[in-house]
Design a protein around this ligand. Sequence first.
Ligand code: BG6
Length: 508
Amino acid sequence: MLDDLSIDPTVIYIFGASGDLAQRKIIPAIYDLFIKDLMPKPFFIIGLARTPLTDDDFRQQLRRGVGQFSQQSKVDDEIWNKFASNIKYIGTEYNDSNIYRSLFADIEQGWRATASRILYLATPPEMFATIVGQLGQSNVFRGKEKYRIVIEKPFGRDLKSAQKLNSALAKVFDESQIYRIDHYLGKETVQNILAFRFANAMWEPIWNRSFIDHVQITVSEQVGVGRRGGYYEHAGALRDMIQNHLLQLMCLVAMEPPTSFQADEIRNKKVDVLHAIRPISRDEVFKFAVRGQYGSGIVAGENVAAYREEPNVAEHSGTETFVAIKFYIDNWRWQGVPFYLRTGKGMEARVSEISLQFRPVPHHPFSKRVIEPNRLAIQIEPKEGIMLLTQAKEPGLVMKIKPVEMHYTYDEVFQYSSPGAYETLLLDVMRGDPGLFMRADQVEMAWSVLSSILEVWQDIPEVGFPNYAAGEWGPQEAERLIAQDGRSWLFPACLEFENKKGDGCDYN
Ligand code: BG6
């Protein structure tokens, strides 16, 4: 998020380089930055993984990923060759200390400036401790601002394991060198929440309990777990999505205005929200949280297998693929305003949306009909945009009130595509700006907020799975969670708006 785009020469070490993440996200994003001439000059990428590969095999594998997942419609041979000449591969076990000794020597000979070194941990999480331990033995990192470590989620699987990982990292790096990724924070519309809230004077006076009835955050995916069953079985939707992405969205909506855009100022304001979340006691878990798992069904017209039939998923798996939770934030701004969060896989549509439902008008003189309250929808997927639902008089000889949307989408307004989340985040790491990354205390607090739910769900397995068919909006219990407060889940504004336009919504 810094304005200055100049970056020191950089070496990026990707641990887990032969895996999915490098192929689908990291390298395509670096390639997109290279095409935009935003990569440091010079830069070098060293991929490390256990699979034995030659440099050329590795580059070929990456090129396929770039062809499929970068923002470029075509990979140009000449540009690719130039890019790929900056990449090499090392096949290694992660506990081989010889590798670590040689890794940091001499690449930058002949470079004009000292290089930044980015260590990107894209391995399965079980390997984090080994790699960090090995890095610690070389004792070259502490206090060196130009050495940074990037860690992918999952960052632990509960408070205790996250604390353990944080303290292992703290033995080797200063907190300012650690970049914990939550890729949602790199999304353009997610960053726009800050601009929307704090660069427009009109929202702040009404952004509170006096005007807002409740907030809903929906992140629904049509896809199932696909090939990620092995990972997902140990995670589930609570760990995979709520602990990080949805809680971060909630923090951005609920935080107090920052005094500056300094990384720690924003992060302090966000962590304040996590501290203010009313703890859910073990006794209250079933009242405040609902879990679900998809059975077979139909998504976008296609038959879809049940979660339990996906590869690497146990026949009687108790892992949740859907979560809905109600939170309260105990502070002056939000006292009494419920925040309803829900996320799931195998759902009816792919939507990420935050809706602020305003209170109804105190009195209206028009008719006895109930008028829909104003609603502000911040749309993150599939189309980035903002929608404000207002009421208007329908043209005619009688006073008839009708809901009208004021709406813009990014592609209509800005006419150029947003950078991918990983592009933004990688650029920030290379520039040394940690603002969009999770600090140790944020991660721990997010786990702490969910501790009672994690424990109770583990102690009392759900016997009614699967409890929603793929292609639905989740289980009936989720409807009850919100209905007990006299409310209902809002149909995503993006779908409603597109349906009204008559051309359907993006169902990819
Ligand atoms: C990841 C989760 O962090 O986010 C996935 O592990 C999920 O399970 C993904 O599918 C969703 O991200 P996006 O950017 O596709 O909305």
